[in-house]
Design a protein around this ligand. Structure first.
Ligand SMILES: [Zn+2]
Length: 693
């Protein structure tokens, strides 16, 4: 709260975010937990709460002048600002929260090495990046699910090594980078990649309260804050200071907290019963339980501590299909807790009730509750001492609300469930694009294989092309008066590589849901094929959209989005039957593609038409469909037709459609990457949800 964050919203004034506040506080107590991922809709003060946490973090002891925040007690032997003397001086600075923008350049994150100085003066000149700034503090990524792929890799590396390393053409700099990673995201905008999800120790879901009392209190405080930020902050300063003191006390207590062997075994049993992957969950739960005991001022880990830890650490770790939102039913958790012998209610005496993790009446000495309205009684989040130890439901809203629309709402006719997804063949857009980095079609990108060189257009960022740079500098050496061995390199000599990598695309499905598509089993197989292609799109970071047509007309079932989960849910709930308005479906798709070209011009689309091609809406249905297909071809739309025709007498209309579109024709069975093996494995109907691709 000193320095950078004078006017930030006070942590203790946040209402109704109990689990989030608790998870953040526990990570402040024990950074080894590995950070917090906060999932929730827009407008739930996620970012405000994260930023407010800074005020609670104890100040950091550093070597003065070291840009890499060396700890005077244990300096980094490889510190670029070192070597530091044996007993370096020491000073304190406030803890930092560093924000990492999702589209930041690699230089900004890792730091920039200045190659021209290295070449001409033999000096390694390095500007620290955000990871250096975040060392021993917090690194915060808002919209972390939209973080660019190359930065995800950088983050994963740093998290694994505890260091950041920059290498440019043989020159390398490395420094310590240990931080608490905090991410916030809106799941409607797409899920997180599993590897990154796994790196977060804890996950919490937040949702705006449905309780008018709580909502009123949120508004009251927000308005008071906006009217007078300084005064508002001052009113909560004492409560924040008390929470800060509690963090410091818990940190000091943590090394003395015991986790006895019996409890350790129960944690292992819990994780085994919950069917999590690997061992990370066990460790995170142990660390979180230790931190929670310290947070409550105890020196032994109780079953209650483990229950709280499980609630925060398990939901996103269950082995699952990538389409499923990372959550676990309360029933599953309860069952696992029971199996591990952790479900008995806590003996009241065992738990000196933690003075809550959050809001004003939390802090031990309970100041005055904040002048703009005590919140007791009504039980807005602010008042609840963290009811944690009884394994309360940690899902605050039903899964059906997750995506704003109930995924499970049954349409009039019971939709046919999709068959199990499988690994799909890679469908590519031909030619070379320039879209957002991804894993599908060839493109000029910021990462990838070097295929050429260019002069930088605005400042040198990224790795220079060394050979090309030297080639540019060489002819000028005499004119520049070079005497010694060092090459005289000027900024104008620097050349950047032109790289070819892979881009992500927009995969727009145009799905025939009419009656001609066949019996239930066939529809299940068609849905499984689309589901498999969706799964593939998820892994390749594509945007996906879904147009469906049946009976009376075409519908945009899902506007282009990065959220494959939503697409999968829509697909599952899709009713089928009726006539086949193929032309209308294609027209609707064409309109969607036109709008997307305006919104995101660099992203190349791939239209995937899934149909048997039997247009049946009106006498001229087939010629009309061919007409629209010709328009799409004239637009230059890359297309694939997945042919769903079956039976002894084939009309080959889908093949004909593919020809008119100028696209690829792919039989339904050819969607599987390994069609033969798939045919052997294929089982009927329902999606067990465990068959990974
Ligand atoms: Zn240092």
């Amino acid at each position: 709260m000193k320095g950078v964050t004078v006017r930030s919203y006070p942590f203790s004034a946040v209402v109704g975010m109990d689990d989030m506040a608790l998870a953040l506080s526990l990570c402040a107590v024990s950074p080894a937990i590995g950070g917090v991922l906060v999932r929730g809709e827009k407008g739930t003060a996620k970012s405000t709460t994260v930023r407010a946490l800074t005020a609670l973090l104890p100040p950091v002891e550093v070597v003065p002048g070291c840009r890499f925040s060396c700890d005077p007690g244990t300096v980094d032997p490889q510190c670029p600002d070192g070597p530091h003397p044996g007993a370096p001086p020491s000073s304190t600075r406030p803890a930092r929260l560093v924000e990492l923008p999702v589209g930041a350049s690699e230089d900004r994150v890792l730091g920039a090495l200045h190659l021209e100085r290295a070449l001409s003066e033999g000096v390694t000149s390095y500007d620290p990046g955000l990871l250096a700034a975040a060392h021993r503090g917090l690194l915060y990524v808002d919209e972390v699910n939209l973080l660019h792929d190359h930065l995800v890799d950088v983050l994963l590396d740093a998290a694994a090594m505890g260091r950041a390393t920059v290498e440019r053409e043989g020159v390398s700099v490395t420094h310590a980078a240990r931080f608490v990673l905090v991410g916030t995201m809106n799941p409607e905008e797409g899920e997180l990649r599993p590897q990154l999800l796994d790196r977060f120790g804890l996950t919490v879901e937040v949702a705006a309260s449905r309780d008018p009392q709580v909502r009123a209190e949120v508004m009251r405080r927000r308005l008071a804050y906006e009217a007078d930020p300084e005064g508002f902050a001052a009113r909560y300063a004492e409560a924040d200071a008390a929470l800060g003191a509690r963090v410091a006390q818990a940190r000091a207590l943590l090394p003395t907290v015991r986790l006895d062997d019996d409890m350790l075994v129960r944690i292992a049993a819990l994780c085994a019963a919950a069917e999590v992957d690997g061992m990370r969950a066990d460790l995170v739960i142990a660390r979180t339980a230790l931190a929670h005991a310290a947070w409550c001022g105890r020196t032994g880990v109780s079953a209650g501590d483990v229950r709280v830890a499980a609630r925060l650490a398990l939901p996103h770790r269950r082995r699952r299909n990538p389409f499923d939102p990372p959550q676990q039913d309360q029933a599953d958790l309860d069952r696992a807790l029971t199996e591990a012998g952790l479900d008995e209610p806590p003996p009241p005496a065992d738990e000196p009730e933690p003075p809550s993790d959050g809001p004003p009446d939390g802090p031990p000495d309970d100041p005055d509750d904040g002048p703009d309205g005590p919140t007791d009684g009504g039980g807005p989040g602010g008042s609840g001492p963290d009811q944690p130890d009884d394994g309360r439901p940690y899902r605050q809203r039903p899964a059906a609300e997750q995506n704003g629309e109930p995924a499970t709402a049954p349409p009039p006719a019971t939709p046919v469930p999709a068959g199990a997804p499988y690994r799909a063949r890679l469908l590519r857009v031909t030619g070379t694009g320039a879209g957002t980095a991804g894993r599908r079609s060839a493109a000029l990108t910021t990462t990838g294989r070097t295929v050429g060189e260019e002069r930088p257009t605005a400042g040198v960022t990224g790795r220079p092309h060394l050979v090309a740079t030297l080639r540019a500098a060489a002819p000028h050496q005499r004119a520049r008066g070079r005497r010694g061995p060092g090459l005289l390199v000027r900024p104008a000599d620097v050349r950047l590589p032109v790289r070819q990598g892979r881009e992500s695309n927009l995969i727009l499905f145009c799905l025939d849901a009419s009656g001609s598509m066949g019996a239930r089993q066939r529809v299940g197989a068609v849905k499984a094929a689309v589901l498999s292609l969706l799964l593939d799109a998820y892994q390749r970071r594509d945007k996906v959209g879904l147009v469906t047509f049946r009976a009376a007309g075409a519908e945009l079932a899902l506007p282009p989005t990065a959220s494959v989960d939503v697409a999968a849910a829509r697909l599952e709930a899709l009713p089928t039957g009726g006539r086949t308005p193929l032309a209308e479906g294609l027209l609707r798709a064409r309109e969607v593609l036109r709008v997307e070209r305006i919104r995101d011009p660099r992203r190349r689309p791939l239209l995937v038409v899934v149909t048997d091609g039997r247009a049946t809406s009106g006498p001229d249905a087939v010629p009309r469909a061919r007409h629209v297909a010709r328009l799409l071809a004239a637009d230059g739309t890359p297309a694939v037709v997945v042919d769903c025709e079956q039976g002894r007498i084939r009309m080959r209309l889908a093949a004909d459609l593919a020809a008119v579109l100028g696209g690829e024709h792919l039989p339904l069975e050819g969607v599987a990457a390994d069609a033969l093996a798939h045919a052997v494995r294929t089982r009927t109907a329902t999606r067990p949800g465990s068959e990974a691709a």
